[in-house]
Design a protein around this ligand. Structure first.
Ligand code: FES
Ligand SMILES: [Fe+2]
Length: 468
């Protein structure tokens, strides 16, 4: 592995990797069959050109995203489990648009524009509403529609004034709605490709980690003071751990995020990407050599570190462990009993110990693990976004799924949690810093570790320029 600038000269751009073991090398050490999904690990160098700051801060760019991308791309509206019964519905807002997503039959979910055909009022007001109602009745003058979008009634007292309305054709305009693995997507473009074509091979990857049977146990949202892409990109690379989250991985002893694997597919054209954070291993970038024994002692046997990592404190001492035990093996063993549903069978140590994070363009991040993110623009404001974190819990086989959590909005002084809060505060400072820069220069990305950020913007540019 390249370690010095001199050695870098012999490598093509994007070929260099950090010190220490890479994910694919860890997979070589697995004692169970390695699933093809983990070996499907493409990377393509996409150049080192500066990234335009305007993507984050310009109102003009923001408006172009809205007109050219959000108006015609597949996007997650809700989960099937949000609306389990016929008549259940939920409101999905994106920029100025609003949609009612409703279960019209036990196996059918449809979407309608949330706008009254009389004077245009929002029919359903509350985003978190998922109550079973037999109709959508406009609160302004009382015209109502059935859950399948057909007109139900114009109130008798005002019906005389609408002789020009063909009641058969006065249904609510529909938005395309397609489902994958429990996710309900919508698309305002009637000519868009089918959802499954848009998603591509990620659907095959998640056959190992199915989502449809998960339970949405929590759903928290917060208005964050950054562009939606900045907030999302906080989770597209792991080398910020070194400076932003120095408490992670036992004070960086167990790694600094620099040997994370980054994958983009089809030369960057696929609408999904992945990163896999390495499990705790003695950090090769420390100014001294740390042994596995020292790391295990710190991680499993010292009170303070143990509680910070959320791992089970072990009795005895590191000397009692069988020879050849490593931190990641020990962590895999402690994780195994609670891992069902988050790992395939038989589980690999990499699945048990590494954070594997996928992204689907433009704005969601499913993990094989329980965390799930969505990032949306906040209206037309390029300086704000809606960040959502959901916990998608795998239930024991045969267990009944409890009702899905409704969205809970955090106030200005409420936080997602310690690590997430560090990211939220960080991206707000990035948003300000981007505006503080001397124009016109752009942003200088890493060739490998920032590849998901570059992938994201490359696709975005294609949408904005109508090349897609
Ligand atoms: S605006 Fe909806 S009934 Fe008048
Ligand atoms: Fe972070």
């Amino acid at each position: 592995m390249a370690t010095t600038r001199k050695e870098l000269e012999n490598l093509a751009p994007g070929e260099a990797r950090s010190r220490g073991k890479q994910i694919q090398e860890l997979l070589d050490e697995e004692t169970v069959e390695v699933p093809w999904q983990l070996r499907h690990a493409e990377y393509t160098y996409l150049g080192s050109e500066p990234l335009d700051r305007d993507h984050y801060i310009s109102q003009e760019w923001c408006d172009k995203e809205i007109e050219n991308m959000w108006s015609r791309i597949w996007q997650l509206a809700c989960f099937e489990q949000d609306i389990p019964e016929v008549g259940d519905h939920i409101v999905y807002d994106i920029v100025d648009w609003s949609f009612i997503i409703v279960r019209t039959e036990p196996d059918t979910i449809r979407g309608f524009y949330n706008s009254c055909l009389h004077r245009g009022r929002r029919l359903c007001e509350n985003e978190t509403e998922s109550a079973n109602k037999p109709e959508f009745r406009c609160p302004f003058h009382g015209i109502s529609w059935n859950i399948d979008g057909s007109l139900k009634a114009i109130p008798p007292s005002i019906d005389f004034d609408f002789p020009h309305v063909d009641v058969e054709k006065f249904g609510l305009p529909e938005v395309r709605c397609e489902i994958w693995d429990g996710f309900v997507f919508i698309n305002m473009d009637d000519d868009a490709e089918p959802l499954m074509d848009f998603l591509g091979d990620i659907t095959k990857h998640f056959e190992r980690w199915p989502f449809a049977t998960r339970w949405k146990a929590t759903h928290t949202a917060k208005i964050v003071n950054s562009n939606w892409k900045l907030a999302q990109e906080a989770f597209m690379e792991a080398f910020h751990v070194l400076a932003t989250h120095p408490q992670m991985s036992i004070g960086l002893l167990g790694g600094d995020g620099s040997n994370t694997e980054y994958n983009i597919y089809d030369g960057g054209d696929a609408n999904w990407s992945r990163m896999t954070m390495a499990p705790p291993m003695p950090n090769p970038n420390l100014p001294y050599e740390l042994t596995e024994e020292e790391l295990m002692e710190e991680m499993f046997f010292r009170g303070e570190s143990v509680s910070e990592m959320g791992v089970q404190k072990m009795e005895g001492s590191v000397e009692d462990l069988p020879e050849g035990t490593t931190t990641r093996k020990l962590l895999a063993d402690t994780a195994r009993p609670n891992a069902n549903g988050y790992v395939g069978l038989p589980p690999t140590d990499v699945e048990l110990t590494s954070a594997i994070q996928y992204h689907i363009f433009p704005n969601i991040s499913p993990w094989p693990g329980p965390i799930f993110y969505r990032h949306r623009p906040y209206g037309r404001d390029p300086d704000k976004c809606i960040m959502e974190i959901m916990m998608m819990v795998a239930l024991p086989e045969g267990a009944e799924r409890p009702p899905a959590a409704k969205i809970r909005w955090l106030g200005d002084d409420e936080h997602f949690g310690n690590i997430f809060n560090q990211d939220v505060e960080n991206v707000a400072q990035v948003q300000r810093g981007l505006k503080a820069a001397k124009p016109p220069g752009g942003l200088t990305l890493g060739n490998y570790q920032d590849i998901k950020v570059r992938w994201h913007h490359r696709l975005l540019e294609k949408w904005v320029n109508r090349e897609i």
